[in-house]
Design a protein around this ligand. Structure first.
Ligand code: R5P
Length: 303
């Protein structure tokens, strides 16, 4: 199969370069600029006619800008005669808008997939989508990766004793049980109630956490309301140290300040979203790379 050519949008250049390095290649030449009125412009500065190309772009904050940039790059690739176009989206923005909870609402996760398809992508490679609903909503050939092996490996290397994996809610209990098995740990869960989109109240713990090193693994930390509240409940119940890990560190609003104050020893996220600035603001933030997983998926892609 012809060699894959890698290109990157501007949202997560560091990860894109790491993926390229793992594949023993360099990112292709793609100019991305702004018109005076701030509209996005791009141009492939190398011949991609008849080539298999992979465009790496997380549609993280600013989601609309990054999504539009991705669409414009895909369009340029299609018009330049690329043989196949795969959108590599380590963080898929709008994924949480995956269903209509009230009449009159959109399903933005599906809209994003439709836009990507219409622009000319044949497939996507993404990671830890928020739900089965969003997975179904993306009607494009897709490879869905999971960061869990990287997170589990991190905790294994720590060699923590008396570990309890805590599910942040009952719905996450099945995943927590699997994680606990991988870490040879016990399991507990928190009964929680979400009052509004931005407000979560945690209630009580089902299981024993006293004197234990507690680990919460979630798909996303956004406002950090869920895990900060959970960490307080765990601390009050006598947990020793609390570690929280998530694939996507969105850190919206006052999330970093909240996490700094919460009784959490470490916050672990991956580099699906750039974290350089956040690392300076939150000393207990650790960032694990998922570059290897994306490089492997690109290498094995039949697209
Ligand atoms: C819930 O379904 C998710 O797995 C996360 O727990 C949630 O999206 C995190 O949001 P926040 O950080 O705003 O509480």
């Amino acid at each position: 199969m012809a060699k894959a050519l890698l290109f990157s949008g501007t949202s997560n250049l560091k990860l894109a370069k790491q993926i390229a390095r793992k594949l023993n290649t360099k990112l292709g030449k793609l100019a991305i600029e702004r018109f005076p009125d701030n509209e996005t412009y791009c141009r492939f500065d190398e011949n991609i006619k008849g080539k298999r190309i992979f465009i790496i772009q997380s549609t993280c904050n600013p989601a609309n800008e990054n999504l539009m940039e991705l669409l414009i790059i895909i369009d340029a690739a299609r018009r330049s005669g690329a043989k196949s176009i795969t959108a590599v989206i380590p963080y898929y923005g709008y994924a949480r808008q995956d269903r209509q909870t009230k009449p009159g609402e959109p399903i933005s996760a599906a809209l994003v997939a439709n836009l990507i398809k219409c622009a000319g992508a044949n497939a996507i490679i993404t990671m830890d989508l928020h739900s089965k609903a969003v997975e179904k909503a993306i009607r494009l050939r897709k490879k869905h990766l999971h960061a869990l092996p990287v997170i589990i490996e991190y905790f294994r290397k720590k060699r923590l004793k008396d570990v309890c994996v805590v599910a942040p809610d009952k719905g996450a209990l099945l995943s927590a049980k699997k994680q606990a098995k991988m870490l040879n740990a016990s399991v507990a869960y928190i009964e929680k109630e979400r009052i509004t989109a931005n407000k979560v109240v945690a209630h009580r713990i089902v299981g024993s956490v006293e004197g234990k090193n507690c680990i919460i693994i979630d798909d996303i930390i956004s406002t950090a309301g869920t895990i900060c509240e959970a960490s307080r409940v765990l601390k009050n119940a006598g947990a020793k140290n609390i570690y929280v890990a998530a694939t996507h560190g969105v850190f919206a609003g006052k999330a970093l300040q909240r996490l700094a104050k919460a009784p959490i020893k470490e916050v672990i996220v991956t580099d699906t979203i750039p974290q350089e600035a956040n690392k300076k603001r939150l000393k207990k933030l650790k960032v694990l790379s998922v570059a290897e997983l994306f490089a492997k998926a690109i290498k094995e892609s039949k697209n």
